[in-house]
Each structure stands twice: as C-alpha cells, then as structure tokens.
Design a protein around this ligand. Sequence first.
Ligand code: ASP
Length: 326
Amino acid sequence: MIFFSRIKNPLMMNYTIVVHGGAGTILKEEMTPELEAAYRQGLDAALGAGYAVLAQGGTAIDAVAAAVVSLEDDVLFNAGRGAVFTHTGSQEMDAAIMDGRDLSAGAVAGVHGVRNPILLANEVMRNSDHVLLSGEGAREFAVKQGLRLEPDEYFFSQFRYDQWRAICGSDQYALDHSAKAGDNLKRNGKMGTVGAVACDSNGNIAAATSTGGMTNKQYGRIGDTPLIGSGTYANNDTCAISCTGHGEPFIRSVVAYDVSCLIEYKGLNLQQAMDLVVHDKLVQRQGEGGMIGVDARGNHAMVFNTPGMYRGMHNSRQQKEIAIYT
Ligand code: ASP
C-alpha cells in the first residue's frame, strides 16, 4: 500500500472559503452604486452558502459546490442563469469540480439547459467512471441523475443578449464583463465565470469553477474552466485553484496545475506561486485574468492582472473581505 503524506491542519479548526465572479476591465467609473451593491450582495451570498457548510463541519467539496450554485443562480454572473451567448445565439456552459483529498474530479463542457452545471460536474465526479462529459451526453447524464433542467428563458438575460447582439455579426468574441457595444472585443475586455475554493476544518481542500464562456464564442468552443489543471485544480499536498480569464492562454499554460507544481517542486508558498503565474508567466503570454487559491493550512490568495476581479473570502478567524477593483 502506498501512503501519501498530507499537509494537515495542525489545529483542525481553521476553515476558509474564497469565491470569484470573474476578472477584467471592471472600472469604478463605469459602475453604478446599485450595480456594485448587487455584485457585492451576490458575492456575499456565495460566501455565506460556502461558509455555512464549513461552519457545520462540512467538507470543502460541499462548500465549493454550495458557493458556486449560489453564483450560478445569480443572473449577474456569467454561469448558469445569465450565461453569455455563443456565435449562434445558444448558451453553452462549462464547469468543473475537484477534491484535493484524492484528486477525484468531475467536469462538463458545452452543456445546455442544465440549471446548475456545477452539480452535474459533481455527479460526474461521484457517480460516473469518467472525468469530463460534454454536450448531449452530459445533458442525458443530468436527466439520468435527476438534476434540474430549465427552459431557455430561465438562462436569458437582456444585458448579455445585448452584448452578444453588438458583436454577433463579426468574428469577435468577448470576455463577459467588458462586452460593450462598439468595443474592439477580440481580446479586450472582462471575464465572467464564477468559482470557489475552500479549506475545511480537517485541512482538506477543493475547487469548483463554472462559466458560460465568452460572448460570441464559436459554437462548440470549450474554455479552460472544465479542463482539470487549466482552470480548476485541487490537491491537498499543494493548493486548490479556480481561474477566470481569457481561456485559451490559460489552457496553453496549464495555469492551475502550474501553481501546484511551483509549490510542489520549487517550494514556493501559495501567494508566491500565484503571483509568478498571474503577474509574470500569463502576462508574457497575453493571458488576461486571475485566480483564487487556498492551501491545506487555510491560507488564501486572490490574484489578477486585470483592473478588477469580483472576489471575496471568509474564514473561521473572522476575516472577511469582499472586493472588486485592484
Ligand atoms: N475562462 C473562461 C473561458 O475562457 C471565461 C472567463 O473566465 O470569463 O471560457
């Protein structure tokens, strides 16, 4: 039998939840007080959902799922309800979840009509022999597992429909939070996507990420979010990471796993590893975006190379923070 060494939380008590709602060109001057309050409320609700699980002695994996469900149900964020539109006017969602205890993982790509893609990813992890299901097969699996489906109207948001209408005749695609009519949107913008990472009172960690992807993306395009190691990764020995950003550079750089490798092989701490990947490697590769992370000691970091990232954290030491801008 092989025994793996685990970093254990020595006091068996500190727990942490961290969430994000996307990164990008989020500028205070373009935000109304009402909208900012609504975003903060959405982040707070997600933190509350995840924290409640942890405070009751629940697991990190259940906490990240609860937090992401809360963000998927909030039309302000580009995941679940409120997902962006593809080039053909459909909505295709990606999601992934990973448990740092044993590296079990589940993911779905290009899913349509499933209310909570993160719960479907969770079902793939727990109740299938596979890691990643896509399209119709994933949807059929959702039906089989008794997950809730919703009609197109449920996912519709006028704001994202208008974003899409502004560029749907072109070959441009846009990162959600910056998609505005008239922008040069090819690679200039804000990212949507939601995610959560958590460390529970037993020192186990987990990550979950969910997204509608990028406005006007090609039909069938899959981003970094559901790719284990790119947009989502968790390993008790190193870190749990959830990313948001322009997916293609994140895929090419395998960013979430890169953070883990820097911790495992180079001995960097969480903050150092995330800083190196986001502020150095990704910047060199035109990879705009950010990530949130925790380690098994309950340390956390929230790092981005864009003007803003919707983000928040709450831990059992009664530290709590919700922020949007740099
Ligand atoms: N990373 C997501 C994707 O490329 C988009 C985002 O984070 O907003 O699909």
